[in-house]
Design a protein around this ligand. Sequence first.
Ligand code: UD1
Length: 373
Amino acid sequence: MSGPPPPPGRAAGAAPRVVTVLGTRPEIIKLSPVLPLLDRRAAQTVVHTGQHYSYEMDARFFEELGLRRPDRALAVGSASHGEQTARMLAGLEPVLLELRPDAVVVQGDTNTTLAAALAAAKLGIAVVHLEAGARSFDRRMPEEINRRAVDHMASLLLAADDVAAGNLRHEGIGSDRIHVVGSTAIDAVVQVRDRLDGARVLDRFGLTPGAYAVVTAHRAKSTGADVLPGLLEALAVIAARQPLVWPLHPRTRAAMQAQHLAMPAEILVTQPLGYLDMLRLVRDARALLTDSGGLQEEAAVLGTPALVLRDETEWEYLVAAGVQKLIGHTVRSVCDGAAEWLTPEGLASLRARPLAVRPGAAARAVETTLASL
Ligand code: UD1
């Protein structure tokens, strides 16, 4: 390994000590190609904050992706953002003080990402941020607050693409700390793509390939009282024309209950699905309607057109590539977007632009991380 001499406390030639922190479904998935590589090349401790904790949102993904169990579990569970983040900070600090790693690796934009980066930065431990530089430019989004804060605490910023790297430079972060490595979400799909035919989700729900659309929506904005009723109304209109399947996130279920909203009868609702079932469902759908970040990239790799239920996206390159469209989240915009793009011609025009994906992000991320320590 090249790079500067080892920091005090690490013997020359000893494997670098890395603590990787995760806590939610997307972090488990997007780190799944990275964790085994770090186990091989570094002395890695995996810490699970417990932000997500139910079998459907957590343990199932470790099983499906063949990942070893985390070394430490903080079990913070659900709470308000402040309370949840504070519990994580209080849980992480003693772990980091005990382990004194050379670096803490975090991914994405969740409260887990923020807490781990903050705990590490305050202790003078290097923070490595995967998916650095993603921006929606909507500062009201909790995810935007988290990723901006984390990027400015990180010592190594691993960006998915040139747009993200440009965002970081524009914010004054030195180019020497920014590396474009690609997206590990793409690696995650590529590594399981051959197993999707074995996923039985279509049989379970009586679905015909190419005849249905998939919807997911769980962001704070989508589940607010100003947006969710209209979104449900628009989705009911779409579901009246073709089967619409919605694996419902616990946040959305809770928001519907709190707002006394009923699920339109036309929509086929399922529990949150496993990774392979979800990818199979998306692969064989005529279209995906989503507010999720990860699913936008997954749909693109699987060749399924996506209609994004937002006004902006961190994955601008997918819009530029012509494989997805932003259709907003109001009754009007979603119905108009569906009328324009959920037609045979509209979908054919989105499908006509195959996306060239660049696998290998996980390996590049690990190489770059180790070279920096
Ligand atoms: C978090 C991330 C978001 C990511 C999403 C993926 C933040 C700020 N947001 O939002 O970026 O896209 O995860 O899912 O970190 N719940 C369960 N079972 C679980 C997990 C959660 O029932 O296993 C419930 C909780 O009780 C809570 C709700 O779901 O009421 C939301 O959980 P929360 O931890 O706030 O995060 P997400 O909304 O999932």
